[in-house]
Design a protein around this ligand. Structure first.
Ligand SMILES: [Mg+2]
Length: 353
């Protein structure tokens, strides 16, 4: 199967609710979508979500990067290894643009094989249990949000928290009181001081906190290692790890207990699975997260999560927060279960355009 053409398009995504993390409010209203034409009847689609303060990518930069790569992509075999080799020789970084091309390649390949993508990749199951992220708000509003999700069947809560130990401790205690099955995770998004971390650890001793994600700046490797040394709770690296080289740096430096993977950081399914292989060989478990993809882009992350046994922590909740009304047939939620579509590829029932 050969690539015949590549198109990108901005399509609206509707935020179902405001969402704030320690770096800023996420209020984007469009994601970038791709359509990959091949020399067969099978077309590949994909969706990228840019959060510029996390990856440095913007909708405009993704479209420009794909426009730049387009002449090289046309005529190539739809083979993820070959396509990534080509993209990385032409363009450094730009993980979001590469993830978009990667996703469309896998969508087309799985459609050609007449399999849903997770089965094309060898997954044995079609669903997983995801956490739900509680964005930053007043204590009352955040707790009410968590309570509503708990009633819908969610019991794993990822708390987004600024450099505010009192808020973090109070909210965690309130959410823990919802039930014995509650599991808590924190995501500091690079925003905590050593003092906040220490106070949170002391304040929540005995509470079911599973891990603390990216307490310090992505480049503050000393700080990350120091956090790991003082914390009895596992430390997860997120923003510090985009690609395989970053994962090596963090693991060889003993800086984290867990690594969080994202398609938009890694550059797609193919490089993300390479990181999962590497971390597995090193005995370090991975989580998988997302940006603000609607159910199309999220289906790619779900397929990657289901097919690799070293990806064990799931934070795939973006389609609870955003939706694209032209996407039909892809992954969907039943309570806290995220379930893969049974349609081929990423599951689109109808071409987006
Ligand atoms: Mg994170």
């Amino acid at each position: 199967m050969l690539i015949r053409d590549v198109e990108t398009r901005l399509l609206p995504v509707r935020m179902k609710k405001d969402f704030r993390i320690s770096y800023g409010t996420i209020d984007q209203m469009e994601n970038v979508f791709i359509k990959l034409h091949t020399d067969t009847p099978f077309k590949g689609f994909g969706e990228a979500s840019c959060i510029p303060f996390i990856t440095g990518d913007t909708n405009e930069s993704v479209i420009a990067a794909i426009d730049m790569l387009k002449a090289d992509l046309i005529g190539q075999t739809v083979d993820p290894a070959l396509i990534h080799d080509l993209m990385s020789r032409r363009l450094y970084a730009n993980g979001t643009a590469k993830a978009l091309v990667d996703m469309a390649c896998y969508d087309a390949l799985a459609k050609e094989a007449d399999l849903p993508l997770h089965r094309y990749l060898g997954a044995q199951t079609d669903r997983l249990t995801t956490d739900v992220t509680i964005g930053i708000d007043s204590l009352d509003v955040s707790f009410e949000t968590a309570r509503a999700y708990y009633q819908e069947g969610f019991s794993i809560f990822k708390i987004k928290a600024e450099n505010d130990a009192d808020y973090s401790i109070s909210l965690a205690k309130a959410i823990a009181s919802l039930g014995d099955d509650v599991i808590l995770r924190f995501d500091a998004n690079q925003g905590w001081s050593a003092d906040t971390l220490t106070r949170v650890l002391e304040g929540l001793e005995g509470y079911p906190v599973e891990y603390i994600e990216q307490p310090v700046d992505r480049k503050d490797f000393k700080g990350l290692k120091a956090a790991r040394l003082i914390s009895p709770i596992p430390i997860m690296a997120d923003e510090s790890v985009a690609d395989l080289g970053d994962a090596r740096n963090i693991i060889e430096g003993g800086m984290a207990d867990l690594i969080n993977l994202k398609l938009m950081k890694a550059g797609g399914i193919y490089p993300l699975l390479q990181i999962a292989d590497y971390t597995q060989a090193k005995g370090i478990t991975c989580g998988i997260g997302c940006m603000m993809e609607s159910s199309l882009g999220l289906s790619a992350a779900l397929a990657a999560a289901l097919c690799h046994e070293n990806i064990k922590e799931y934070d795939l909740d973006s389609a609870l927060l955003v939706e694209n009304t032209s996407v039909t047939g892809c992954s969907y939620y039943q309570g806290s279960s995220l379930i893969a579509s049974e349609y081929p590829g990423l599951g689109l029932k109808e071409d987006l355009w």
